[in-house]
Design a protein around this ligand. Structure first.
Ligand code: SF4
Ligand code: ZN
Ligand code: ZN
Length: 335
């Protein structure tokens, strides 16, 4: 690996696109600076924001939350961790333990919402009953709970740990499927929509999976060392990731140039989307929906016999009343 390009000490990581090697100390500084620059470049955070940080238990969201907790005072941020317990046997039990340990470490309270507690069944059972792929049901449920939770705590943004590799793979997948509506949502920041949806921010937009892992290891952060049993290791995601790594090693910096060009061109793509700006309120739960019923209420109505959106919202309200009101220090749930 050679020597650190800054101080000459033993290097622990090479940053190919910047053509530098870094020691532990200088990598930590580089990584934190990079996240702050991403925040500034894309205007992700403004002073005094209330941010829900969605944490899965993995290395990416752990590194992200750790950095956010370090800069919280500087930006006067109110952070709140959200972990969704998916009800996937041992995997979910371990994830929950890791998140609880992590929350204590960074002194940010964690809300743990269990899918099984709310719906009386976990993701695998829900997927089986719906006859849809597990990851597709899981994604839908997670998106719904994240948004519903953020609405109830009146958050300004939901922050997720998607890194540059994840984003690029998703952009390419949407492009291959010619799903431009899905593609244009893969930006560093989406906006909130008046009481029905809370915007997303992705501060890891310009960091790689490898950098997130190195940061978590160097700082000894608790994170899950096992993968979800439903992860499709041999699927298109891993193939695309591998291919992108290969490209980057051959044409240094190609990934970062691509992602930045994508962001600067995304408005042009928006213009070609027919139903741009068309958002409705779900008639059952009152949250964002494309038609008159949101995808979550649709799915649960079909599988469980009743739309579960209102139940989820009520569950979150009572969870907040029982666990978090003093931290949030306001009158949530009064309307
Ligand atoms: Fe959910 Fe699939 Fe990810 Fe497992 S691999 S957490 S089922 S999206
Ligand atoms: Zn150094
Ligand atoms: Zn709904």
């Amino acid at each position: 690996m050679g020597k650190c390009s800054v101080c000459g000490a033993k290097a622990v990581i090479r940053i190919p696109y910047a053509r530098i090697n870094l020691c532990e100390k200088h990598f930590v500084e580089y990584y934190e600076r990079r996240i702050e620059r991403t925040i500034v470049r894309y205007g992700l955070i403004s002073k005094g924001m209330r941010i829900v940080v969605a944490i899965s238990g993995g290395k990416d969201s752990a590194s992200l939350a750790y950095v956010l907790s370090k800069i919280a005072d500087k930006y006067d941020l109110k952070l709140l961790i959200l972990h969704i317990d998916l009800g996937i046997n041992n995997y979910s039990t371990k994830a929950r333990e890791v998140v609880e340990e992590f929350s204590k470490l960074i002194k940010v309270p964690a809300a743990i919402i269990s899918v099984k507690d709310v719906l009386s069944l976990g993701i695998p059972e829900l997927a089986k009953l719906s006859r849809r792929p597990t990851c597709s049901v899981c994604g839908l449920v997670k998106r719904y709970i994240m948004n519903a939770f953020a609405i109830e705590v009146r958050a300004d943004a939901v922050c997720t740990g998607h890194n540059m590799d994840d984003i690029m793979v998703n952009i390419l997948k949407e492009f291959l499927n010619q799903n431009f509506e899905g593609m244009v949502k893969l930006v560093p920041k989406t906006l909130s929509q008046n009481g029905i949806a809370v915007g997303r921010i992705r501060p890891l937009y310009e960091t790689t999976e490898r950098e997130d892992l190195a940061y978590a290891l160097i700082n000894n952060l608790p994170f899950l060392k096992v993968t979800c049993p439903y992860m499709n290791i041999g699927g298109i995601d891993t193939d695309l990731k591998r291919y992108l790594h290969h490209l980057d090693s051959k044409y240094s910096g190609i990934r970062i140039s691509f992602i930045r060009r994508f962001v600067s061109n995304v408005e042009k793509y928006w213009k070609h989307i027919a139903n741009e700006g068309e958002v409705n309120k779900c008639k059952y739960c009152g949250l964002i929906s494309q038609g008159d019923t949101c995808s979550f209420c649709n799915l649960t109505k079909r599988v469980l016999g009743e739309p579960a959106g209102p139940k989820v919202r009520e569950y979150i309200r009572s969870y907040l009343r029982d666990h978090m009101l003093s931290y949030l220090n306001d009158d949530l749930g009064s309307d």
